[in-house]
Write a protein that binds this ligand. Structure first.
Ligand SMILES: C[S@@+](CC[C@H](N)C(=O)[O-])C[C@H]1O[C@@H](n2cnc3c(N)ncnc32)[C@H](O)[C@@H]1O
Length: 240
């Protein structure tokens, strides 16, 4: 997984303002009157968010993809950030953290059964009073925007097409990448499934795991989720 997506991930995400993203998550932690020193980032990927977060916290990253981890390792070498290979549903640390982050709609890759396992893992891995921050893409964004359009991405190193199909509870995306290699291009195909996740069901699963304070925001704001929200930021706090 992400073996092929890793080849284009950083080119595709180059316009995302990860410094702003890290500042937003840091603000949420402060607004909840929490002092977080230690942070665990599950699904840290190529380390794009881990890097700015490493300037603020003592952070460790976990990801399942060797390819994404090796990109992260190169970015984070000077920061001393520890990275681990593991499945976020089962990877256990023998210490607990003040905050746990799962960013960039990674949760949409999992069905409710896996999410239940993951939420229990996160709860166990947090210190009392610790905070869990994750985001998902809204149903309308996935079904009405992503699944209804075809995308083409083109820069100096990669050209790719992205089409999707809409199913009842998920969408499937199909990618064809042409990656510059010498004087030619290498063709690589990939596929991704993203589940349509319901806010109320996720809140129920968080409560069931033991979290008490649970909030959702229109991403990058403190505003309530509305019918124009593309990305939904979740905040859940473990009781002290
Ligand atoms: C959408 S990317 C997000 C990367 C990064 N958080 C960012 O903001 O750019 C999803 C990441 O989750 C990782 N991932 C997917 N399933 C996983 C699992 N079961 N355990 C750990 N990591 C996983 C992928 O390898 C990939 O790096």
């Amino acid at each position: 997984m992400y073996e092929n997506l890793s080849l284009i991930y950083d080119s595709y995400m180059q316009d995302v303002d990860y410094e702003k993203w890290a500042d937003y998550l840091t603000e949420i932690i402060k607004n909840n009157n929490l002092v977080a020193k230690t942070v665990l980032e599950y699904g840290c990927g190529s380390g794009n968010l881990t890097l700015p977060l490493s300037k603020k916290f003592n952070i460790v990253g976990v990801d399942l993809s060797d390819e994404m981890l090796s990109l992260a390792e190169a970015k984070l070498r000077k920061t001393g950030t520890e990275l681990f290979k593991g499945d976020l549903r089962y990877f256990e640390f023998n210490k607990k953290f003040d905050a746990i982050i799962l960013a960039c709609d990674t949760l949409t890759m999992f069905d409710y059964e896996d999410i239940e396992v993951f939420f229990n893992r996160v709860y166990d891995q947090l210190n009392p009073g610790g905070i869990f921050l994750f985001d998902i893409l809204s149903k309308s964004y996935l079904k009405d925007f992503i699944a209804q359009n075809n995308f083409i991405f083109d820069d100096d190193n990669v050209y790719f097409t992205w089409t999707s199909e809409d199913f009842e509870n998920y969408i499937e995306s199909y990618f064809t990448f042409f990656i510059k290699e010498g004087n030619g291009y290498q063709r690589v195909d990939d596929y991704q499934k993203q589940f349509i996740l319901d806010i109320e069901i996720l809140k129920k699963l968080l409560k069931q795991s033991g979290f008490d304070f649970i909030e959702t925001y229109d991403f990058l704001t403190n505003n309530e989720v509305n019918n124009k929200t593309d990305r939904i930021q979740f905040v859940a706090v473990k009781p002290k």
